[in-house]
Design a protein around this ligand. Structure first.
Ligand SMILES: *Cc1c(COP(=O)(O)O)cnc(C)c1O
Length: 394
C-alpha cells in the first residue's frame, strides 16, 4: 500500500438520511485531513498545459466548497445537486427551461418570488401560464397536457396545501418536465425524485441552513443533460453561491434532522392548541387530522413539517397579534432555529385569496411552553377584553 494513494471519499449510499446528513460531502479520510471541507476562496484556478485548464477553470464555474454541499444534498435527495446564489437564482434557472411561447403550469398559491418571476417571463417571452390548485390532482394533470414545465410546490406557501406528489410525478414522468419546490418539506420529509419528478428545488436559505444567516439555493436532478443545461445557466447568469454561504449551509445541514424533528414536534403541539383557541378561526397544518391536506400528507410525507398558518378574525386583529408578541420574531423567512411569523397580506403582491387575517408561523426549536405562552398572551391581547370573562389589567 502506497501512502500516496488517497482513500476514496466518503459517499454513504444506503445509510439512513440522518446519517447521510452528518457524513456526506466530507473530504477524503486521509491522515491529517480536516473533517470538514475547507472554505476555498478562489476567483480562479491554475490552468494546466497543454489543455490550458483544469476541471474548474474559473471561480464562477465551480468551487470545492460548493461541491461538498452539492454532494451532501445530492446524496439526501438521490440525485446530482447544483448550488445557486439563492433559492430564486435556482428557480430562475429552472424557469429558463421553458422556451419562449411555451406553456408553464404554476400553482395558484406558491412562493411569491417564483410567481412574480414566472409572470415576468410570461409577459416578456409570451409564455402561457396555467395556474392550478396543486391539491386537485385532476386539475393539475389536465393543465399539464401540452405544457413544457409543471411547477409544483408542496406544501404551499402560505396556504399549506398538499399535493399528491406520487400521483402527479408518476403520471407526468416522461411527459413533461416537473419541478418540485420542496423547501417546506426539506430533503427529509419527501423525496420527489424518487417519485418521478425531474427537479427538486430548495431554498437552502431556509431549513437546510437553519440559522437565518445565509442565502443559497439548490436544484437536484438525475438527468445529466438537464443538469448540464442548468449548470450553464448558473455560469452565464452569474448565479454562483458565495463560498462562505455554501460552507454555512453545509454546516447547517448536519443538524437538519435534529432541528426538524424538534421543530415539527413543537408545531404539532402548537397547532393543536391554536386550533382550540377561541381567537383562531382556522389552523392550516397537515399534521391536524381535520386539515384538508392531512390524508395526502400522512400517505406521502414522513412528517408534516414545522410550518403552519393561522387565520384570525381580520387584518387589524392579525396586526395587533403580531405586535403583541415578545418572543416570536416578526420576519419573513422560515426554517430557522428561531420561531418566526408574519401576516402574509402585508406584502402587496400576496394574493387576495390569502385571508387578511392569515399569519404564517415557522416554528423553531425553543421550548414549546415558552412559544405557547407568547402566542397565548398575544392572542388574548389582540382579541381585546373578552365577553366579561375577567377584565385585563393595564
Ligand atoms: C424562500 C423561498 C424561496 C426563495 O428562496 P431564496 O433563498 O429566498 O431566494 C423559494 N421557494 C420557497 C418555498 C421559499 O420559501
Amino acid at each position: 500500500m502506497t501512502s500516496s494513494t488517497p482513500v476514496p471519499p466518503h459517499r454513504p449510499v444506503a445509510l439512513h438520511p440522518t446519517t447521510v446528513a452528518v457524513h456526506a460531502g466530507r473530504p477524503a479520510t486521509e491522515p491529517d485531513a480536516p473533517l470538514n471541507p475547507p472554505v476555498v476562496f478562489a476567483a480562479t484556478y491554475v490552468g494546466v498545459e497543454p489543455s490550458g485548464q483544469g476541471e474548474r477553470g474559473y471561480g464562477r464555474y465551480g468551487n470545492p466548497t460548493w461541491s461538498a454541499l452539492e454532494e451532501a444534498v445530492g446524496a439526501l435527495e438521490g440525485g446530482t445537486a447544483l448550488a445557486y446564489g439563492s433559492g430564486m437564482a435556482a428557480a430562475h434557472a429552472a424557469l429558463e427551461l421553458v422556451p419562449a411561447g411555451g406553456v408553464l403550469v404554476l400553482p395558484t398559491h406558491c412562493y411569491l418570488g417564483v410567481a412574480a418571476s414566472a409572470e415576468e417571463r410570461a409577459a416578456r417571452d409570451g409564455l402561457q401560464l396555467r395556474r392550478v390548485d396543486i391539491a386537485n390532482t385532476d386539475e393539475v394533470l389536465a393543465a399539464a397536457d401540452g405544457a413544457d414545465l409543471v411547477w409544483l410546490e408542496s406544501p404551499t406557501n402560505p396556504m399549506m396545501e398538499v399535493a399528491d406528489l406520487p400521483a402527479l410525478c408518476g403520471a407526468l414522468r416522461g411527459r413533461v418536465t416537473t419541478v418540485v419546490d420542496s423547501t417546506f418539506a426539506t430533503p427529509l420529509r419527501q423525496q420527489p425524485l424518487e417519485l418521478g419528478a425531474d427537479l427538486v428545488l430548495h431554498s437552502g436559505t431556509k431549513f437546510i441552513s437553519g440559522h437565518s444567516d445565509a442565502l443559497l439555493g439548490l436544484l437536484v436532478g438525475r438527468d445529466g443533460t438537464l443538469m448540464s443545461r442548468l449548470e450553464g445557466v448558473r455560469k452565464l447568469h452569474g448565479a454562483a453561491p458565495g463560498t462562505m454561504e455554501a460552507y454555512l449551509v453545509l454546516r447547517g445541514l448536519r443538524t437538519l434532522p435534529l432541528r426538524l424533528n424538534a421543530a415539527e414536534a413543537n408545531a404539532q403541539v402548537l397547532a393543536e392548541r391554536l386550533a382550540a383557541h377561541p381567537a383562531v378561526n382556522r389552523v392550516r397544518y397537515p399534521g391536524l387530522a381535520d386539515d384538508p391536506g392531512h390524508a395526502v400528507a400522512a400517505r406521502t410525507m414522513s412528517g408534516p413539517g414545522s410550518l403552519l398558518s393561522i387565520e384570525l378574525a381580520d387584518g387589524p386583529t392579525a396586526i395587533a397579534f403580531v405586535a403583541a408578541l415578545e418572543l416570536w420574531v416578526f420576519a419573513t423567512s422560515l426554517g430557522g432555529v428561531e420561531s418566526m411569523l408574519e401576516r402574509r397580506r402585508r406584502w402587496a403582491g400576496e394574493l387576495a385569496t390569502v385571508p387578511e387575517g392569515l399569519v404564517r408561523l415557522s416554528v423553531g426549536i425553543e421550548h414549546v411552553e415558552d412559544l405557547w405562552a407568547d402566542l397565548a398572551q398575544a392572542l388574548d391581547a389582540a382579541a381585546g377584553p373578552s365577553d366579561g370573562a375577567g377584565s385585563v389589567d393595564d
